[in-house]
Write a protein that binds this ligand. Structure first.
Ligand SMILES: [Zn+2]
Length: 158
């Protein structure tokens, strides 16, 4: 038998993450459920149910945040302003946008960044190519930058 390359291990290594039991479990779960967008607490519940094992809440939350930081998970804020996570999708063209944490407006970054927006898109596409090379399929992608928008930062009303 040829050695089996575990794509989850490969992804963790490629993103500088430790291959802990929890990291493999969480990333593996998201990749196995590419169309599912879960909140922290929904994830905690489903993992407890699937694995018959309760992960420490703080550990799980930190792990999800870390996976999101390195771009393996996508985080979106839903209409109730709750953060939802899903495996980073790929096929839809990434439209970099900015999510203001203060007024919760979501606006495209292309106007603000002009030519630099292309660099973001290229970086996103490179990440997708890496996933594709590992055999992942059927993804779409969303590229969000989170922070405080210029209006909120300067205290102007809008
Ligand atoms: Zn704002």
């Amino acid at each position: 038998m040829s050695p089996i390359i575990d794509p989850i291990n490969e992804l963790l290594i490629a993103h500088g993450l430790r291959r802990t039991y929890a990291a493999k479990l969480v990333l593996g779960w998201f990749l196995a459920h590419p169309d599912t967008s879960y909140t922290h607490s929904q994830l905690l519940a489903v993992l407890a149910k699937d694995q018959h094992e309760e992960l420490d809440k703080v550990t799980l939350y930190r792990l999800v945040d870390r996976l999101t930081q390195v771009g393996l998970l996508l985080c979106r804020v839903d209409v109730n302003r709750v953060r939802r996570f899903q495996a980073m999708p790929a096929s839809v063209h990434a439209i970099p946008h900015f999510e203001c944490q203060s007024c919760h407006r979501d606006s495209p970054l292309s106007d603000a960044l002009k030519a630099n927006a292309n660099d973001l898109e290229r970086a996103a596409q490179n990440a997708l190519e890496a996933l594709k090379a590992l055999g992942y399929q059927g993804y779409s992608m969303d590229f969000a930058v989170r922070g405080v928008c210029a209006d909120c930062a300067t205290g102007e009303s809008h």
